[in-house]
Design a protein. Structure first.
Length: 274
């Protein structure tokens, strides 16, 4: 009986879900011809993959979306974001990751799609197909993210300023002729005022002065084994109850030192989805 239990445990799709075949973005490069790219807002939502029947996180965990939420979704796979609005990441994350949470809260959410992973067409052609599929759908909960063409780098920066002023996170640039690739693609770029990354908390550094008795900074480790401290971006509440050792956090920074250490790193949030 014990061996049967271990076999079921190891084979359980709930515990060992496959990673969805998604494409990841690279950081913006200023040596590109802007006119060769479609530009859209970078939404601060929860990444989601629709396989034609269910919604999954980028780590392969199934979202417990109500059946009425996905009713009418096209059967084609979609890549997108579960989105509630600007500056509402924590709220939408809390809704979609709570298995026994209120289903009514899902009525606030929209699945904003930006790609069609299974299509062999280039991105411009995929946009046409996506729009057709959305037009044919009778669902109110799935929409396509607006894509536009911008002619110059100056106009791109003006657009970035506009989005940030409205509370947005940044922009995404997708090459007009790019094919969907299940990897980090040079043809898909993110442009933000700050760079963003994740790291694992490895230690707490005690605070001094006004932060005596609280956390002063976190010592964190990135995926490429860079260890450094983050001491800004925390509220007093977060300093009194800081992220736990082993938690993955998001932070923003402005460039890196010659040794690869993020400069001016500032805490953003705990990543419950990683």
């Amino acid at each position: 009986m014990r061996f049967i239990f271990l076999f079921l445990l190891l084979c359980s799709p709930l515990l060992y879900a496959a990673l969805p075949p998604i494409q990841l973005a690279t950081t913006f490069r200023d040596d590109i011809i802007i006119d060769n790219y479609w530009v859209s807002e970078k939404l601060d939502g929860v990444r989601a993959y629709w396989d034609g029947k269910h919604l999954f996180s980028r780590k392969g965990n199934q979202f417990q979306a109500p059946k009425w939420f996905t009713k009418g979704f096209p059967t084609a796979p979609f890549d997108g974001e579960l989105w509630l609005g600007r500056n509402k990441f924590e709220l939408v994350s809390g809704i979609v990751r709570t298995k026994n949470g209120t289903k009514q809260a899902w009525k606030q959410i929209t699945f904003m799609i930006f790609d069609l992973p299974s299509s062999p067409k280039n991105f411009t052609e995929r946009l046409i197909t996506m729009q057709r599929l959305i037009d044919e759908s009778d669902s109110h909960y799935i929409k396509i993210i607006k894509q536009e063409k911008i002619a110059t780098h100056q106009a791109l920066q003006l657009k970035l300023n506009e989005i940030i002023k409205l509370g947005g996170e940044g922009l995404m640039l997708h090459h007009i002729d790019a094919y969907y690739q299940v990897k980090r693609s040079q043809n898909l770029m993110k442009l933000k005022r700050y760079d963003g990354a994740e790291a694992v908390v490895v230690a707490h550094i005690a605070g001094k002065g006004k932060y005596l008795g609280m956390m002063g900074s976190l010592e964190v480790k990135t995926d490429d084994n860079i260890i450094f401290k983050i001491g800004t971006g925390f509220s007093d509440k977060e300093r009194a109850n800081p992220p736990k050792i082993g938690d993955t956090i998001s932070f923003q920074y402005i460039g890196k030192t010659k040794n690869g250490v993020p400069r001016f790193a500032s805490f953003l949030r705990i990543r419950s989805d990683i």
